[in-house]
Design a binder for this molecule. Structure first.
Ligand code: URA
Length: 258
């Protein structure tokens, strides 16, 4: 069959348009990939600089007795950031967070949800070991806050998991770990923005306490569901009715079990 000239012209035009669109799409994808790697490089550079400065910090008395500053470790594009209390003896020796017995327990719980420590970011509210593993003082936590604040801003995680009462008090002041563990809360914090927080018992506290250990393991297993819920746009109401927020403005609980 003979194709008419105007039809042939139309077909050629359509073909050219498809080639052009394909070319634009390819360029856009290349640009997005380039931007992704560029952003990552910038993030890494910011992070390296932050760590260098952190290692030289002497803003509080803890630096006088600790061996080394323990900035934190993990993936800088992590979706989940864990925040503990402060380095213990082993962490102080090795300069890495959660590498003692509590750390082994944390690794086991991460494995139970198919994650490794390299898939998340792990930090503490204080970066230097309090002498004799005492609790960090409020002024020490405050002195260390700029480091943690900058870590959060660079990593920008979708979910912040608070390990124990000191991390909880920093982000959700006035809450009790025994009441809020296993519940997720979206909260705006002026210096860092809006984040979803999920509080858990501290692994060191739960390690040798049978019932607390069970609760922690069970709460930990909900992390993937909490992360999924955290990714959704704000959908929120007080579904966990057994929790009363101290101030209305403190944050919004949301149901991650649906
Ligand atoms: N406990 C913490 O809170 N952080 C660590 O890094 C180790 C133990």
């Amino acid at each position: 069959m003979k194709i008419q000239k105007p039809k042939l012209k139309q077909q050629l035009k359509a073909q050219r348009l498809i080639v052009k669109l394909f070319f634009i799409l390819k360029l856009s994808l290349q640009f997005l990939r380039f931007k992704f790697y560029l952003d990552l490089m910038i993030k890494q550079e910011q992070f390296n600089k932050l760590n260098e400065k952190m290692l030289l910090c002497s803003q509080c008395i803890l630096r006088e007795t600790c061996r080394t500053v323990v900035p934190g470790e993990g993936l800088i594009e992590a979706e989940i950031m864990f925040i503990g209390e402060g380095p213990g003896q082993k962490e102080d020796e090795l300069g890495r967070p959660f590498v003692g017995t509590a750390g082994k327990f944390l690794d086991e719980m991460l494995a139970s949800i198919n994650l490794k420590r390299e898939d998340v970011y792990i930090a503490n509210v204080v970066k230097c070991r309090p002498p004799g593993n005492r609790d960090p003082l409020p002024e020490e936590i405050e002195a260390c806050w700029p480091w943690l604040r900058e870590q959060i801003k660079i990593i920008n995680p979708k979910l912040i998991v608070l390990l124990g009462k000191h991390a909880l008090e920093k982000f959700l002041p006035g809450q009790k770990i025994s009441q809020i563990h296993g519940k997720a809360l979206r909260r705006y914090i002026p210096e860092i923005g809006t984040y979803v927080f999920y509080a858990l018992y501290h692994p060191a506290a739960a390690l040798y306490n049978g019932s607390m250990r069970e609760v922690l393991i069970s709460d930990f297993k909900k992390i993937p569901a909490v992360l999924k819920a955290a990714e959704k746009p704000i959908k929120i109401e007080n579904v966990n009715t057994n929790i009363k927020l101290k101030e209305n403005k403190q944050g919004i609980l949301f149901n991650f079990n649906e």
